[in-house]
Design a protein around this ligand. Structure first.
Ligand code: ATP
Ligand code: MG
Length: 567
């Protein structure tokens, strides 16, 4: 490809809204273009890199035995009503009506469609197991689309759905996908970690997320170096404390004028925040009632765990308003579980601690020496967010914490969709039994950007060879110099002939300008034809290390062709 014929649209600076390096670089390198929040267009270079990522995913999925299909983004409401998700999915679901008032959504995921497909197309148990996948555009009306392709409202996902005869079959299909995902992310060169995950809106039980490790990741994970336990903090459990063996002191009401927050109350009383409990009241719109969650003062509530315990949904859970808190006989800033008139969920740590400070449900008052069982009750469960230093639930060693970008997630759905949607097969005994399902997603566009996040420097992107839009670029220093142009053309033709994806930068621009462009775009190899062109000597630059050496042209060609052959 000749650079003069390409749509190279590099920018000196990225638009204001780009906050993280990978987003800045994708925009500056002219890989993507934004029109509407969370919606991107892929420009030629970006599209090439995207196709590379897609193809690696496709090759590994094909190798695993999965079959590719392609579904529409348009999904009828009826299927979502059958699965029970039309209301439950919440405001993220992009819904619309056609001219006949029939309702649809733009698929955020395709469980309903694939389940309907299996129910209609699979006639005999001999066709099972089967795993079908697609690489297709998804729509989610995200509350906060941000970070470019990381959280879009339109994005590309690889989604796969397995159908098995039984649980044992599902476990096998799941393990194959776990291994396939490991192969995919390794081939893509990502530094990643597979972690135990919550099942969220998708449902079912048993799930792992694949996290590309990065400080800009929106997910937090905790992991144990000793035994290998690793989990998303939404899911992570910890080794809980033993019941404190100290005497319960008498409950005491204490005036705490204007001391509302845990920091204020603990410094006012001169105690460790660990000796307090905080009570947060929520409006659960799924069950339409107020509920209270109680965790230790130094902890954060994990709303996912709370929703799992209360059968609610995080999209339908909001902090209670002041009037609602008053209706429970409490007051904002002084809430506590003692005498509170609603369902109360109490973290295990709070239930096992003794003599805690809690809100008195009375303006400017707290209670000292509150104890679970004597002074308050509630459903005891794990409600807290795990943090670094918490003990591993498996081996008891302190855990570490890191941030990650969720690039993929796999789920054991079991019969969560096949039962309500009547996706059954006839077993050996002639009975109709539900298929046992798994589902497996990879955020293709998010993965593309995660590669940039892990492979860049101050000058631009450093594409790994197997996802780079082109492998090499040949740059004559002066496009008007005949020797340089002849040599550049010769190298270009030879590289093309050996199957290297190569660009000839024939633009009549200053050399510095051209070098900057290719460094920003991140082409792995650059061959510069300059002063020594008439001797057949070039400068060979490696983008990853910024190393440059003088080489005879054949050597440069052979280095590049060798590298490309080894992908
Ligand atoms: P998140 O927690 O980040 O919102 P999710 O758990 O809702 O993601 P899944 O339903 O598991 O997402 O979708 C499968 C994959 O699709 C995710 O692992 C992620 O890589 C990708 N993905 C999900 N939402 C988006 C989005 N808004 N933009 C880009 N990729 C996304
Ligand atoms: Mg997920």
């Amino acid at each position: 490809m000749k650079a003069s014929k390409m749509l190279i649209s590099t920018l000196k600076e990225a638009p204001q809204e780009a906050k993280i390096a990978s987003h800045v670089l994708l925009l500056r390198a002219g890989m993507i273009k934004n029109e509407v929040a969370g919606v991107y267009n892929y420009l030629p270079l970006g599209l090439r890199a995207l196709k590379k990522v897609e193809n690696i995913i496709r090759e590994e999925m094909d190798k695993s035995g999965a079959i590719e299909i392609s579904c529409s983004a348009i999904q009828p409401k009826e299927l979502w009503v059958e699965s029970g998700r039309w209301m439950k999915y919440g405001p993220e679901l992009m819904r619309f009506k056609d001219r006949h008032e029939r309702e649809f959504c733009l698929g955020p995921t395709h469980e309903e469609i694939f389940t309907s497909m299996a129910r209609d197309l699979i006639k005999s148990s001999k066709q099972l197991p089967i795993n079908m996948y697609q690489i297709q555009t998804k729509y989610r009306d995200e509350l906060r689309p941000r970070f470019g392709l990381m959280r879009g409202r339109e994005f590309i996902m690889k989604d796969a759905y397995s159908f098995d005869k039984d649980e044992e079959g599902l476990n096998k299909s799941y393990d194959v996908m776990y291994q396939t995902y490991s192969n995919i992310f390794s081939r893509l060169g990502l530094h990643y970690q597979a972690v135990l995950a919550d099942t969220g809106n998708i449902g079912g039980n048993g799930s792992h997320q694949f996290m590309a490790l990065s400080d800009v990741g929106e997910s937090e994970i905790v992991y144990c170096d000793s035994c290998g336990y690793a989990a998303d903090v939404e899911k992570a459990s910890i080794k809980e404390i033993e019941e404190e063996k100290v005497e319960m002191l008498p409950l005491e009401e204490k005036e705490t004028l204007n001391q509302r927050t845990i920091e204020e109350i603990s410094s006012f009383l001169g105690i460790d925040p660990k000796k307090t409990a905080k009570t947060i009241i929520y409006h659960d719109f799924v069950n339409n009632k107020l509920i209270a969650a109680v965790v230790r003062g130094d902890r954060e509530i994990n709303e996912i765990k709370l929703c799992n315990e209360s059968n609610s949904n995080e999209n339908y859970l909001e902090l209670a308003k002041d009037e609602e808190i008053l209706s429970l006989g409490s007051v904002h800033g002084f809430c506590g579980p003692h005498g509170l008139k609603c369902d109360i969920y109490v973290d295990i740590e709070v239930a096992r601690a003794k003599n805690l400070v809690i809100g008195a449900n009375k303006l400017n008052y707290h209670l000292l020496n509150a104890n679970y069982g004597r002074d308050f009750t509630g459903k005891v469960c794990d409600l807290k967010k795990a943090v670094a230093g918490d003990l591993c639930p498996i081996c008891g060693k302190p855990m570490k914490q890191e941030r990650g970008i969720e690039v993929g997630q796999i789920f054991k759905l079991q019969t969560k969709y096949s039962v309500p949607m009547k996706c059954t097969y006839v077993n050996e005994k002639g009975e109709n039994v539900p298929m046992v399902m798994g589902c497996y997603g990879i955020g293709v566009t998010r993965t593309l950007q995660s590669i940039v996040e892990q492979y860049h420097d101050d000058f631009g992107i450093k594409w790994p060879l197997n996802t780079a839009p082109y492998h090499a670029v040949v740059v004559p220093v002066n496009a008007k110099d005949q020797d340089q142009m002849n040599l550049a053309n010769d190298i270009y033709e030879q590289l093309l002939a050996s199957g290297v994806e190569v660009i000839l930068d024939d633009r009549d621009e200053r050399p510095g300008f051209k070098f900057k462009d290719w460094e920003l775009i991140g082409i792995p190899f650059m061959v510069v034809c300059g002063k020594k062109a008439n001797e057949g000597i070039v400068e060979f630059k490696v983008r990853e290390t910024l190393e440059k050496v003088e080489l005879a042209k054949d050597e440069a060609i052979s280095k590049i062709t060798q590298a490309v052959k080894s992908i």
